[in-house]
Design a protein around this ligand. Structure first.
Ligand SMILES: Cc1cc2nc3c(=O)[nH]c(=O)nc-3n(C[C@H](O)[C@H](O)[C@H](O)COP(=O)(O)OP(=O)(O)OC[C@H]3O[C@@H](n4cnc5c(N)ncnc54)[C@H](O)[C@@H]3O)c2cc1C
Length: 217
């Protein structure tokens, strides 16, 4: 469930992830507001809405008490958008006259916030592969296939990593209501200085970084 809450200067500056028994709130700092994701198991949005907006606000305030004085900003369910998470890919990204890239080719989970990076990298790769054949007017099905051949691997690996985080971190946190979930070993290892850079690099540059190689127009 996605919503916005205004951000005060005295709030923490970094992105926050709060995990409590059976609940999870992710907050992204967008300068003057927090982009918030309240995670719920698939198919339970109706139950949450039936329990009422006050109940929803209380639940957020429990996890993140410093938001309590601003939760009136969620004035109706209209302010809370349900994003149903899908992780899938087209088997074939192209047909004569058509190439799918970005979300059209692979629906990413919001984990890591990498959807935009992958979409832009797909676009850079597609430009590199298609610009010259398009200029000469000879784009074959094989040319289109090259785009999928280059970009399917990073989409596949990134989705695999998202599914590992989903299964090892998020699903246990949402289903275990009795105790506060413990971070799995691979997350704890990310506190080591050498390993700490790894997720940042992976999120920023992706599995297969792309650079524009087309001729200046
Ligand atoms: C609530 C939410 C939060 C997100 N947060 C993040 C985040 O923090 N970080 C991140 O990396 N990703 C995030 N994403 C995912 C990210 O938005 C997508 O992965 C990314 O925008 C995909 O880019 P795209 O170019 O493939 O598709 P889009 O950005 O969806 O672009 C497709 C465009 O095509 C247009 N269009 C559709 N149909 C037609 C038509 N018939 N004719 C003409 N135009 C058409 C649409 O209007 C749209 O402008 C989020 C997604 C959602 C829904």
């Amino acid at each position: 469930m996605w919503f916005r809450i205004s951000r005060n200067d005295s709030d923490p500056g970094e992105a926050l992830g709060h995990v409590e028994s059976g609940r999870m709130l992710v907050m992204l700092n967008r300068n003057n507001y927090w982009q918030c994701a309240y995670l719920i198991p698939k198919g339970t949005a109706g139950k949450l809405q039936q329990a009422g907006l006050d109940n929803f606000r209380d639940s957020i305030a429990d996890i993140s008490p410093f938001l309590r004085d601003r939760l009136h900003e969620i004035s109706s369910w209209e302010d809370v958008k349900l994003l149903t998470v899908e992780v899938d890919r087209l088997r074939r990204w192209y047909r004569p006259g058509l190439i799918c890239i970005g979300d059209a080719a692979h629906a990413m989970s919001p984990i890591g916030g990498v959807g935009i990076n992958l979409a832009v990298q797909d676009a850079a790769a597609a430009a590199n592969i298609l610009a010259e054949p398009l200029r000469r007017g000879i784009v074959t099905i094989d040319t289109l296939k090259q785009v999928q051949d280059r970009r399917e691997f990073p989409a596949r690996v990134t989705q695999r990593l998202q599914i590992v985080v989903q299964n090892k971190v998020i699903a246990p946190a949402l289903t275990n209501k009795s105790e506060r979930p413990k971070a799995p070993l691979f997350l704890k290892m990310m506190q080591w200085p050498l390993l700490r850079r790894l997720p940042g690099r992976l999120l920023a540059f992706g599995v297969r970084p792309e650079h524009i190689h087309t001729m200046a127009a």
